[in-house]
Design a protein around this ligand. Sequence first.
Ligand SMILES: [Fe+2]
Length: 366
Amino acid sequence: MAYQILMPGKTLFGIGAIEGAGSDIKAMGTKALVVSGKVVEKSGIIAKLTTVLEEAEIGYTVFTDIKGEPDDRMTAAAKERFDQEGCDLVIGIGGGSPLDAAKAVCALSGYPPLVLIPTTAGSGSEATKFYCVTQSATDTKKLITDEKIIPRLALIDPSLAFTAPRSLTAATGMDALTHAVEAFTSRKATPYTDLFALSAIRRIFEYLPVAYEKGEDEKARTEMAFAAYEAGICITNASVTLVHGMSRPIGALFHVPHGISNAMLILKCLSFAKDGCIERFAEIGRALGAAGSDAECADLFFIQLEDLCRTLEIPTLSSYGISAEAFFEKADKMAEDALASGSPANTIKTVTKQDILKIYADLWTD
Ligand SMILES: [Fe+2]
């Protein structure tokens, strides 16, 4: 069967990517809405971009009111600024949240050219056709799929993540790993996504612990930035599965950052899926150096995954401060929302609402 290959129109990858992008951006528009958050602004990263815009004589206005994961009110305010200022180009700069917000503004504004500049190695948003916006009226995190918001230009400078705190490095890195493993074990996996998935998984197991320990390790940050990009291409073409399906409701209702809720779920969800595609998990194990039967190689992957979660000090729901009572009260709605997102149906093994409820309950057993 024919399969699709989607990726950004152009990508500049490496330290100095922003500084070298003036002429590319100039060819895309005359006035940019720069969508970001306050933390990115304080770090001086936006100033790096605006210097390039000024040198290339590109007009801009900076919108930094994306506070955490975007909701419909934030994206409406950004879109209003786009219109008021007569912009014809959107540049998202920051972690997954500002990039998602920039995609939403792009869609709301009739799809002007879009530039995405990630400052963390995780969401892979710079390479995906997805974004999430929380609907404030219902507290539901809505996943939107739209090929037209794959950016025309992705600028990936691994040094922008040098100052990311350890917990953020862990959460975002685990998000990227989740993308790669989910795409590899998705019903929609293709030879093209397999290539990137195994490559990303290898890089993440080797370099995420290094980046976590030593934030300014250039090699580790570069490998992680590339792995996140690879994993983003994977999910754009092969989709996410059960982990993301179950993770979004936890994020929306308990305000757990996306990468953390994925990391809380990844072991239990993949353990559930394991017997549905043991040979795929075995292939991952072999990519990580395992030899032997499918069962042995798959087991090695699960052992290494558990080790990685321990090394990165991934919290549990209770250690994160969520009460079991509040969680179980919402479990039914979360299971409904997870299924409604469509992601669990991409899992090779069939997933029912009862399966989802059991996994949610199992998160409280250790
Ligand atoms: Fe994700």
